[in-house]
Design a protein around this ligand. Structure first.
Ligand code: THU
Length: 132
């Protein structure tokens, strides 16, 4: 079991999911090797829910990191968990094609992909025609 798997599974147990009861855990390693974890945090106003991946990513970015090398996501799913579209777009902001996204489940099945596979054609800074 990899460190990131162990950490994501541990983070998953902190999920706040009174509505869906679906716990998700994430862990990531930044460019300099620092590790962050996250769980999904739901809200009575459902749309305000924050997914596990985004929790981990925002924790890392708010501590000054900018590049993710590896991201592990896990949930109790039949096959490796599938990140939602919003998370794919957020991952695309901070991971490049050299990054590994490891999708897992509690059975230990994994699927390792790049963000380009998860979200081909992601909207990026360069898509603003140099207006930024
Ligand atoms: N969820 C995640 O945390 N990550 C995903 O990529 C998929 C969905 C959460 C959001 C919500 O708390 C629950 O799973 C059901 O949608």
């Amino acid at each position: 079991m990899s460190d990131l798997q162990t950490l994501a599974e541990k983070a998953r147990s902190n999920a706040y999911v009174p509505y869906s009861k679906f716990q998700v855990g994430a862990s990531l390693e930044t460019e300099d090797g620092t590790v962050f974890t996250g769980a999904n945090i739901e809200n009575a106003s459902y749309g305000l829910t924050n997914c596990a991946e985004r929790t981990a990513i925002f924790k890392a970015m708010s501590e000054g990191h900018r590049k993710i090398k590896k991201l592990y996501v896990t949930a109790d799913t039949d096959g490796p968990v599938s990140p939602c579209g919003a998370c794919r777009q957020v991952i695309a902001e901070f991971m490049d094609s050299t990054g590994e996204v490891i999708l897992g489940n509690l059975k230990g099945e994994t699927r390792t992909v790049t963000i380009a596979t998860l979200l081909p054609g992601a909207f990026e800074a360069g898509d603003m025609n140099d207006k930024q």
